[in-house]
Design a protein around this ligand. Structure first.
Ligand SMILES: [Mg+2]
Length: 365
């Protein structure tokens, strides 16, 4: 029989950076040989003789999960398990969107965003999110109300955003993409090659917290953006969030998320591109690439969304997509409090959240 320390050392040498702990959970015999009575889903382990319980406390740094076992009573409050949830991605997106709104259309390096400000092309008060978050909230509200993905119901809610200012902080709609306006007016998504703006990608993150099939994700995109490039971008992004939240490092998560044709192949190495090569306009693949680049080249939520805004051009949407990704991985608690305090429309966000699947994690503050 090997000692607990040896077992843990062996587990960690296997676990480090690739997060394969789950394989030990299923290998009960391995743990039994180590004097471990049970291995739980957290994951946690209980020693047979002493009854002591150890929890695996971990964090994700730059897409890699690292951690160690801590005796249960010794876990500091800040490292008690919390949960991956829809809230992480939605607030991550909304804060990114609100940071970017004042700088939309500005050229790269003609400004420097360091926090929430007012003004810009839309003249909005500090902390105001735009169409990106409103349409994401309409998506959430539909799933919350229907208990499933219902494309007709979602479309109806998008129209009530566009026409009546639903899902906004103060009833005003100040930023509408051409494809979105056309599709919602005509009652069908635009399928042309030129209709591949980022208008469906920006609102798709909540699907990562459902059991929606790829077909359902495509159908949700196609309410406004029906071309293959747009629908596959949405499938890719939802899978990327799910893989990262599931503990995969970024390179593996990308490998398991990228499909949809040769246009998507660049996403596998966009992380290593120099900043000058990263495009941040309104084309859906540019936005997806930019969001991945920002996430890969920063270590915190704040750094990620500021990097996204500071790429310029479609600042609010790039930061909304990057913010959904960073929020999902780093969690709600990693979003700077002063930005959350400044964010407008939090009552609207809270009304729309649905109880998606939750995945346990331990996250140090
Ligand atoms: Mg916008």
């Amino acid at each position: 029989m090997i000692t607990f320390e040896q077992a843990v050392a062996k587990a960690l040498s296997y676990d480090a950076r690739i997060n394969k702990f789950a394989e030990y959970e299923s290998s009960f015999e391995f743990w039994w040989d180590c004097g471990v009575d049970s291995v739980g889903p957290q994951p946690s382990i209980i020693m047979k003789e002493s009854g002591e319980r150890f929890l695996f406390s971990d964090a994700i740094f730059n897409g890699y999960r690292c951690g160690k076992f801590i005796r249960e009573g010794e876990i500091p409050e800040a490292m008690r398990p919390s949960f991956f949830s829809l809230r992480d991605a939605v607030y991550g997106a909304a804060v990114g969107d609100a940071l970017g709104v004042p700088y939309e259309f500005r050229e790269r390096d003609s400004f420097e965003c360091g926090g929430m400000v007012s003004g810009g092309a839309h003249g909005q008060p500090t902390g105001t999110f735009s169409d990106d978050t409103s349409m994401m909230l309409a998506t959430c509200d539909s799933i919350r109300d229907c208990g499933r993905v219902d494309v007709r119901d979602m479309r109806r809610r998008f129209v009530s955003w566009l026409r009546e200012g639903a899902y906004t902080p103060d009833g005003s709609v100040f930023d509408v993409g051409n494809t979105v306006a056309t599709a919602l007016t005509d009652g069908r998504g635009c399928g042309g090659e030129r209709s591949n703006g980022n208008g469906s990608l920006m609102r798709i993150a909540p699907l990562a917290y459902t059991h929606a099939s790829d077909e359902e994700i495509r159908a949700v995109s196609a309410i406004t953006h029906a071309h293959r490039i747009s629908t596959e971008s949405c499938v890719c992004f939802v899978k990327l969030i799910q893989n990262l939240v599931g503990g995969s490092p970024l390179d593996l998560a990308l490998k398991h998320s990228i499909s949809g044709g040769e246009e998507f192949a660049f996403l596998a190495d966009v992380a290593s591109w120099p900043r000058e090569k990263v495009r941040s306009g309104g084309y859906v693949l540019d936005t997806l690439g930019a969001a991945i680049w920002c996430f890969a080249n920063t270590d915190t939520y704040a750094e990620c969304v500021l990097a996204a805004v500071n790429l310029g051009y479609d600042t609010d949407t790039t930061a909304c997509v990057a913010g959904a990704l960073a929020g999902a991985v780093y969690g709600y608690r990693a979003i700077p409090k002063e930005w959350l305090d400044t964010l407008r429309g939090k009552d609207v966000i809270e009304r729309c959240l649905f109880p998606g699947f939750e995945k346990a994690r331990n996250w140090p503050k």
